[in-house]
Design a binder for this molecule. Structure first.
Ligand SMILES: Cc1cc2nc3c(=O)[nH]c(=O)nc-3n(C[C@H](O)[C@H](O)[C@H](O)COP(=O)(O)OP(=O)(O)OC[C@H]3O[C@@H](n4cnc5c(N)ncnc54)[C@H](O)[C@@H]3O)c2cc1C
Length: 320
């Protein structure tokens, strides 16, 4: 019996959301009086044993390089094998693209109950009850998992990353080989020079209040100064001002940065559904009654064309 946390990675780097999942899994293991173990499929640049500082006792690694580009079904098959071998009864994923694709497949194969998008540690006094957000973050629900193996995917920024001290994790190389890929990724093209939106710590986002694509320099200049990613509301992408991969919201990319700056965006529920997991939200809008202010941590009522250049200057001054 143990808690097994799946370590997600890209380009040789462990994703920040996985560090949060490790912290969450370790806290859950302490609550259940058991051990926290982690699973890495493929290879990363980091020294794995240092992940002990998040409270992880043991890391199982299946180091076959082809896992680095495996599809969700292959990963689910491998995690399933690791769960059987380690005897884990709780499996934790990040609620990101990998978690969304892999966790349900694993649940089906293990006949396990899954709660996707958890926001707190489970209550374990009377069963195993997990709190999650529903209706695009407008409400929360408590879900009881009754199956022997339980799977949770954790919403970003809902638990935090917690270091426990300089403990070293034991590394256990496991003999799990990838099953055959049903699909094959022939090539991937990374957009160069841009901070990837879904992983960004800071996102600067613009809406129809910017009036047109010719004014987008306000968004890109601020994003550049803050080393942030650029995003937009859906109508901005629909009107062709910006590419669709930058559109955030219920029907676009879901983001959970430390800082989300919304400029000239009204704050419609469909937009908020994709950004309300951000740690800090700053809203700049000339309409004091814009709904976005209700979701904001900080708000500036003002004209973007006056406020944003001043912000850019202030950031430059701070950096200088
Ligand atoms: C099924 C469905 C799914 C949808 N999915 C999404 C989604 O995923 N993402 C999404 O974003 N939308 C989505 N929408 C659209 C959503 O309902 C809103 O229409 C959209 O978010 C509004 O975009 P906006 O805030 O940029 O524009 P507007 O609603 O036009 O708001 C512009 C804002 O800019 C402010 N403003 C104007 N001038 C200035 C200025 N000079 N300085 C500062 N502020 C200024 C205004 O006060 C206003 O608040 C969806 C809609 C539907 C029906």
């Amino acid at each position: 019996m143990s808690v097994l946390i799946y370590i997600d990675h890209t380009e040789g780097q462990i994703k920040k959301g996985s560090l949060e999942a490790l912290s969450y899994g370790a806290a859950l293991a302490r609550k259940l009086n058991t051990t926290a173990e982690a699973l890495l499929l493929g290879t990363v640049k980091e020294e794995l044993s240092t992940l002990g500082k998040y409270g992880i006792a043991k890391i199982h690694q299946a180091a076959d390089e082809s896992f680095n580009a495996a599809d969700a079904q292959v990963i689910a098959n491998a995690v399933s094998a690791a769960v059987s071998a380690s005897g884990a009864n709780v499996v934790i994923f990040s609620f990101n693209a990998t978690g969304v694709a892999v966790a349900p497949r694993l649940a089906a194969s293990l006949k396990a109950g899954l709660v996707a998008g958890a926001v707190a540690l489970p209550e374990t006094e009377n069963g195993f009850i997990v709190k999650k957000t529903v209706f695009s973050g407008k409400a929360s629900a408590k879900v009881k998992i009754n199956s022997a193996v339980k799977i949770i995917s954790l919403n970003a920024n809902s638990f935090g990353i917690h270091e426990m001290g300089d403990t070293t994790a034991e590394i256990n190389i496991v003999d799990i080989t990838p099953t055959e890929n049903k699909v094959k990724v022939l090539s991937t093209e990374l957009i160069k020079g841009e901070v990837p939106l879904a992983e960004a710590e800071i996102v600067v986002s613009g809406g129809r209040g910017l009036k047109g694509p010719e004014n987008w320099y306000l968004i890109s200049d601020l994003a550049h100064e803050l080393h942030g990613a650029i995003a937009c509301s859906r109508p901005v992408a629909d009107d062709g001002w910006r590419p669709h991969h930058e559109h955030v919201g219920q029907t676009g990319v879901q983001v959970a940065p430390n800082l989300y700056i919304a400029i000239g965006i009204s704050g419609a529920i469909q937009h908020l559904g994709g950004v309300n997991r951000s740690k800090t939200i700053v809203v700049i809008n000339k309409d004091a009654d814009a709904p976005f202010f209700k979701a904001a941590d900080y708000g500036i009522v003002g004209d973007a064309f006056e406020v944003v250049p001043k912000m850019i200057e202030a950031v430059k001054k701070l950096k200088g």
